[in-house]
Design a protein around this ligand. Sequence first.
Ligand code: SF4
Ligand SMILES: [Zn+2]
Length: 317
Amino acid sequence: MAKKDTSYNIKDKKIANLPANRFIFYVERKVRKTIKDYQLFSRKDKILVAVSGGKDSTVVLHILKKLGYDLEATTIDPCIGDYTKTNLKNIKKVCETEKVKLHILSFKDEIGAGLPEIIKLFKKKNKEYASCLICGILKRYILNKFAREQKHDCLVTGHNLDDEAQAFVMNVFRNDIDRALRQGPISGVMCSSKFVKRVKPLYNINEQEIIRYAKIMKFPVNFGICPLSAIAYRREFLNFLNEFEEKHPSVKYNIINFHKNMIKTINNTKDQAKVQGKIALCKKCGEPTSGKICRTCEIFESIQKDLDKELKKNLKK
Ligand code: SF4
Ligand SMILES: [Zn+2]
């Protein structure tokens, strides 16, 4: 008899006990329903999937391809040594198998330096930022610019239910209502032609379900943790939520449902633009922002000259 795989821990026993083929069907049906319910995209849309080499983006790429959508993939390499080299190898393998065109971009080529060097440059200026904060800002900036230039209708990310619940709780802890209101299966939807909408087909699928899906499909994915993520604020929240859910199953579903109801209630009372805030173009780089200067320019101002020098050096190579 085949040994039971204990590397994932799906709380709902009915789902956990589904045979592999029915479990695959269950996950794919949920993704189809999310796309339909939230009108994430249509068959006519040109879709760009942001892949990282991890389980989430690999699963979403595979399912969308299987459902017959018109898609390409892109990855932004933050240049974190062996960790991102392994991811890149896996991404190439997956895109080859799925027959999806892959665009490889990197922090070194786009910004001038890899993430560890960027963090060091900040430290020299006595600025202490969490790696994931800088990494996230840069990835979103590069992805939006690339998707827009390549004329994609939307950008798919692999964010799952756990990511969303965690982000919402973090926003509550920080009292960041603007960010909480911009969360959801379609994020960053603001009235700007410079903004490519970001959509999350795995919005209703939890982390453990994704792990089981990726294992059944034997995807070449990295289940390891990024060496720079250990110090992240996010990890504390993840541990906190996981411990809580151990004792109170479905707490993450409840958080997401609370968020959905909150948005619904607000949308019924105010108009969308008021809820999400007006969008302007950054005075420095021209990218969309809710203030005068975008977050990327604001944070990177102090090290911009050093990065420009690195970028010039890289271009000469
Ligand atoms: S874990 Fe953080 S630092 Fe590592 S790749 Fe992800 S966002 Fe970047
Ligand atoms: Zn800017």
